[in-house]
Design a binder for this molecule. Structure first.
Ligand code: ZN
Length: 396
């Protein structure tokens, strides 16, 4: 930022945009099109081209906008990426969660740090990119429903593949206090439904207890969890080092003396490598179909076991020679690489060959909580990273 004045203006503008963004109630699963149109308009006025991708009902939208290079070079394009959805609010806020409120050095509001703060910075900085002699494209990627197992981003990624955008450097501005995050485990969530045959408890052989088959399924999961430990990679960077598995709940049955015809199990696994997810699901599905379902059908042919995928957030793998991490390190002087326990869209971009780093303003400590806030100074740090990116993206 060249002068004190422009940097103040830039900061004030990012606060103003963040205030606007927080006012859109973009809770995951709900319509986010007003927010997307707001972003699209800002970028279009600056000469960006853009396209949108949608969910099946066309209610929720991803935006991908591009400020084209004026002097195209061999430099990889940069993607500034954030999700537009926020988690729901519970009671107990001291301020209106959808009205940005500044107190001392903090700005309060749902999404302030996770992650409308980053989106606001990118939009505030966009006018500077648009005036610069860019020698590479700068993309702005704003997705829907990240918080519910990354539902929006895969739809965008498919479109990027179709359009041949498979190379580049992606910065995902999740709140990391501007630290470099270069890996996280995957997060796969499932619900498995069991349907058997109801009956009187005095004649168990005449019914098919969904609860009992669900219990055997859970036992199998626990047995497979031990196998996952044995598969732990030697050089794992995670804690714990192996893929984990957890049973979140078992729901079924109506009375002591009734054979339950319905039961479902909520469970999740966090694979350290993709192969663990494949292994686990392969073994589990085989057991469910070849052992459990076969037994169930002997008594009641219409019995069923259905595994529903709630979400499969791809893991983000450490890349020692990551262009994205190097770029951020060069600009911030921070060479430390860390891993986190939360999932992001990073693995999805990485999967199609885009070098990706997670680095953004604010702290994950405040995310998803009552009285979520961002320390205003974090916005300044983010703006200065964006300024550094400008420096790396103009022809001399
Ligand atoms: Zn987030």
């Amino acid at each position: 930022m060249s002068t004190e004045n422009t940097s103040d203006q830039l900061f004030n503008n990012s606060v103003k945009i963040l205030t606007d963004l927080i006012a859109f109630k973009t809770i995951s699963g709900e319509d986010n099109s007003s927010l997307i149109n707001y972003c699209d308009e800002i970028l279009k006025k600056l000469g960006a081209t853009s396209f949108k991708t949608f969910d099946d009902e066309k209610k929720r939208v991803n935006l991908f906008a591009t400020l084209k290079a004026k002097y195209p070079s061999k430099k990889k394009p940069i993607i500034l990426s954030g999700h537009t959805d926020v988690v729901p609010v519970s009671k107990g806020w001291n301020t209106d969660p959808f009205v940005a409120t500044i107190k001392n050095d903090k700005l309060f509001g749902r999404g302030a740090c996770d992650m409308k703060g980053f989106i606001a910075c990118t939009l505030a900085f966009a006018p500077i990119y648009s005036k610069a002699n860019l020698d590479r494209d700068i993309h702005f990627s704003y997705t829907f429903d990240e918080e519910t197992a990354c539902i929006g981003a895969p739809i965008l990624i498919e479109e990027l593949k179709k359009r041949g955008i498979k190379d580049g450097i992606c910065i995902i501005g999740e709140p990391t206090n501007m630290k470099i995050i270069d890996a996280h485990k995957g997060c796969y969530e499932y619900t498995t439904y069991f349907e058997g045959l109801a009956g009187h408890s005095s004649a168990p052989h005449k019914g098919v207890s969904a609860v009992e088959y669900a219990s055997r399924y859970v036992n199998k999961l626990i047995e497979l969890r031990e196998k996952l430990k044995e598969r732990s990679p030697k050089d794992s960077i995670f804690d714990p080092p192996h893929s984990t598995l957890s049973i979140g709940g078992i729901f079924g049955g109506i009375a002591h003396n009734v054979i339950a015809d319905k039961c479902h199990v909520n469970w999740e696994t966090r694979p350290v490598v993709k192969e663990d997810g494949v292994f686990l699901n392969g073994e589990l599905d085989k057991y469910a179909n070849e052992v459990l379902l076969t037994d169930m059908k002997k008594v009641f042919p219409n019995s069923s076991i259905t595994k529903r995928i709630i979400g499969e957030v791809t893991g983000f793998d450490r890349d020692i020679k990551s262009n994205a991490c190097e770029l951020v390190s060069n600009l911030t002087g921070d060479n430390i690489r860390e891993v986190v326990s939360f999932g992001t869209e990073a693995g999805l971009f990485q999967e199609i060959g885009i070098s990706t780093v997670v680095c953004g303003p604010g702290s994950i400590e405040q995310a998803h909580k009552i009285d979520e806030f961002i320390v205003l100074d974090e916005l300044k740090k983010c703006l200065s990273l964006l300024d550094g990116i400008k420096g790396q993206s103009i022809s001399n």
